[in-house]
Design a protein around this ligand. Structure first.
Ligand SMILES: Cc1cc2nc3c(=O)[nH]c(=O)nc-3n(C[C@H](O)[C@H](O)[C@H](O)COP(=O)(O)OP(=O)(O)OC[C@H]3O[C@@H](n4cnc5c(N)ncnc54)[C@H](O)[C@@H]3O)c2cc1C
Length: 308
């Protein structure tokens, strides 16, 4: 444990507004329902409290982790050292400009991505229908350039405001965020606060129709009602990692409570009682089998976090 309740209270008394929980099991905050306790989980209510946390963590040499929806991370069973920051108070969506067909929105990092997709569907704003069905928050989506069906969040980002570890706020244009396949220039010590995104006005029924079609496709091809963290591994030079895993004969393989999904082989699902060590064990087995069959090394898409 890097920060105790007493140390927290000494350091943050009077400079922080928001929720604080000590020893909160991260399994309550991840889509896999896996993960040991975080020393401290905070839910700052305003940007100043958030800044004070970041600055105090730096001063005391305590690590912090910005947490979105927990839908792309595997938290180890031993938990997380330091401070986990929850963005549930940062959920504003605002229309900044609507001129002709052009639309610009201001979106805070804690907005659930599906709240944004639904907002755009209801208003007839086109451009992010392909992100339908991706869980998590706008902050998490920017960090990993979330995408599907040929659409990535980078396609609509104009700029993002990021706080660095020294508390400085900078607005970065999309071009400076170096988006790539499931990656961006956002560093683990950066905090994404908000973004401006550009969409275009379309017929509301047309946007709603595309959103519905993408959702139906997701339901057919992904185990979306089960506990997972989405794709475990990145595709290899355009070849689907799921196809490689399937053809290496891994579908249905298990380690403890974790199973390679029979619906989509690149999803590992927690069938109940699965642990991070089961998950890592299964990853290892799958990497070996795919390596043996195809001579390629699968790279994780999920982020493994926590005390090693
Ligand atoms: C059923 C299912 C389907 C999925 N389908 C897809 C898909 O089609 N395409 C796809 O790309 N992904 C998919 N995913 C994976 C996941 O939903 C996305 O990667 C999502 O964008 C992660 O967002 P999150 O808020 O949950 O991030 P988290 O998992 O909470 O965090 C991911 C990383 O982002 C960082 N982060 C989060 N918020 C911030 C912030 N405000 N500032 C700085 N850093 C931050 C975290 O520190 C962490 O390093 C799927 C997952 C599931 C469970």
């Amino acid at each position: 444990m890097l920060i105790s309740r007493d140390e927290w209270e000494d350091a943050f008394n009077g400079i922080y507004r928001g929720g604080v929980e000590f020893g909160m099991p991260m399994k309550n905050h991840t889509s896999l329902a896996i993960g040991g306790p975080a020393d401290v989980l905070v839910s700052p209510e305003d940007p100043m409290s958030l800044k004070n946390i970041v600055l105090m963590c730096r001063r005391k040499n305590v690590p912090f982790l910005p947490l979105g929806g927990g839908s792309n991370i595997l938290v180890r069973d031993s938990g997380i050292d330091g401070v986990v920051i929850n963005f549930k108070a940062f959920r504003m969506i605002q229309v900044i400009r609507e001129e002709g067909d052009d639309v610009e929105l201001f979106v805070e990092a804690g907005v659930p991505l599906q709240m944004l997709v639904n907002f755009c569907r209801d208003k007839g704003y086109a451009g992010i229908e392909g992100l339908t069905g991706i869980p998590g928050t706008v902050g998490g989506a920017i960090c990993g350039n979330a995408g599907s069906y040929g659409c990535e969040i980078k396609d609509v980002i104009l700029s993002a405001v990021i706080m660095s570890a020294d508390g400085r706020l900078d607005r970065f244009a999309a071009g400076d965020l170096q988006f790539g396949y499931r990656r961006s220039a956002v560093k683990p010590t950066d905090v994404v606060l908000n973004a401006n995104i550009r969409l275009h006005k379309d017929d509301t029924n047309a946007v709603a129709g595309r959103t519905r079609e993408f959702m139906a496709e997701k339901k057919n091809t992904q185990p979306i009602s089960e506990r997972s963290a989405g794709c475990v591994f990145k595709n290899v030079e355009g070849v689907s990692a799921g196809k490689l895993i399937d053809e290496a004969g891994c579908k249905g393989m298990k380690a403890g409570g974790i199973e390679v999904s029979s619906v989509h082989a690149n999803f590992f699902v927690n069938k109940g009682g699965g642990t991070a060590s089961d998950y890592l064990h299964l990853m290892h087995k799958v990497v070996l089998m795919v390596g043996r069959k195809f001579g390629v090394v699968l790279e994780p898409e999920i982020k493994v976090i926590g005390r090693g």
